[in-house]
Design a protein around this ligand. Structure first.
Ligand code: SAH
Length: 349
């Protein structure tokens, strides 16, 4: 179900970087500062129509509304955890697709887990987000709107964002980096990229590209195994980029950005939880300033992978004894299927 008519041909103004907006306004014969005014209306005051932009001339507002549209996402379901204050929002996009967003509460503030694609094509065995396959990339606006709409709806203030919802952020590289620029622009949402984590299953070429941005974000690598055989069984991407190549990219990323890397390790009984896995992991990351986040694998109905906090704690101890900086990640929102890997493209509404 897509919108028809002239509406479709109007450009998505929320997806424009400030510099792009400025170039357009200069072409209109407007002064450059108009871009800053409009950017603030869109990303700080978060207005939903051009008529609300009261410091612009009526003529400019009319021109903008003829050529641009302000996208929206429509909340269709909101679930609240009884355990830990986590909330999961289901949003309908303008073309009828759905995505999920999760807001979690931590000691240092609220964190938002956003989706970057409708579905995912990476095929990790343990992850629900990949089960209905891949539909399309999200536009920068659709990634930003998960923040704007969730803050508006819940009245909560988000202090950090993790790109760990549905999708592989580096498989939507252009839009995700545009999102980062708008998010961190002082006249946009104004969030420092120090408060952003980007999680990837390991698209090596994109890791090299990302390094060149020299951004302050935290790069999280979904490792989940310490040898190629196990990793390829769990994560098809490993057939394309093996562990050697991935770890080389990680070392390069650290060398260029100086930012410590975070490795995610979903612990799965009988798959990756032995002493020899811990040894393998420690030799992979030895000498690299890194942190390992152990996650007892979250259940999804299509697979019977399981783990427990006890096994995660035991595995964590093995790593610590080997001199590796490791912690067990708190599982949040498991009663509303909002935990890692439980978000999906298709739902019962
Ligand atoms: N595509 C990106 C980001 C999305 S997933 C990535 O692969 O990193 C966010 C994290 O949840 C990843 O580390 C992912 O591997 C992990 N994950 C997926 N399914 C999980 C599950 N069932 N239990 C625990 N973690 C899971």
């Amino acid at each position: 179900m897509s919108c028809q008519g002239t509406y479709d041909t109007k450009r998505d103004i929320l997806s424009l970087r400030q510099g792009e907006l400025r170039d357009i306004l200069l072409e209109y014969g407007e002064k450059g500062f108009r871009a800053s005014q409009i950017f603030k209306w869109l990303h700080q005051k978060r207005v939903k129509d051009f008529d609300s932009m009261t410091n612009l001339s009526e003529e400019l507002r009319k021109r903008l509304s003829n050529e641009f549209r302000i996208m929206s996402v429509n909340p269709v379901k909101r679930l609240s955890s009884r355990i830990d204050g986590t909330e999961k929002l289901l949003y309908e996009l303008e073309d009828g697709n759905h995505i999920e967003t999760v807001i979690m509460s931590y000691e240092h503030g609220d964190s938002l887990c956003v989706s970057t694609q409708v579905g995912c094509r990476m095929g990790c065995r343990f992850c629900a987000s990949t089960i209905a396959g891949f539909k399309r990339n999200l536009a920068p606006s659709e990634i930003l709107l998960q923040l704007y709409e969730t803050e508006r709806l819940t009245g909560r203030k988000v202090s950090s964002i993790v790109l760990m919802g549905i999708g592989e952020p580096l498989d939507n590289y252009e839009n995700v980096t545009a999102f980062m620029d708008i998010l961190s622009s002082p006249e946009g949402a104004g969030m420092s990229l120090r408060h952003l984590s980007l999680s990837t299953c390991g698209l090596v070429e994109r890791i090299y590209e990302l390094a060149e941005l020299k951004s302050q974000l935290t790069l999280s690598i979904s490792l989940h195994a310490s040898n190629d055989e196990t990793r390829s069984r769990l994560m098809p991407i490993n057939n394309k980029y093996g562990l050697d190549e991935l770890m080389r990219a990680c070392r390069h990323y650290f060398d260029v950005t100086g930012r410590r890397i975070s490795f995610e390790y979903a612990l799965i009984d009988g798959e990756n939880d032995t002493k020899s896995d811990a040894l393998g992991l420690s030799s992979l990351i030895r000498g690299m300033p890194a942190h390992v986040n152990i996650i007892p694998v979250n259940k999804i109905k299509e697979r019977d992978y399981s783990s427990s906090r006890q096994s995660a704690a035991a595995f964590c101890r093995m790593l610590t004894e080997l001199g590796i900086n490791a912690t067990v990640r708190r599982t949040l929102g498991s009663d509303i299927d909002a935990a890692c890997g439980q978000l999906r493209r298709e739902y019962e509404i």
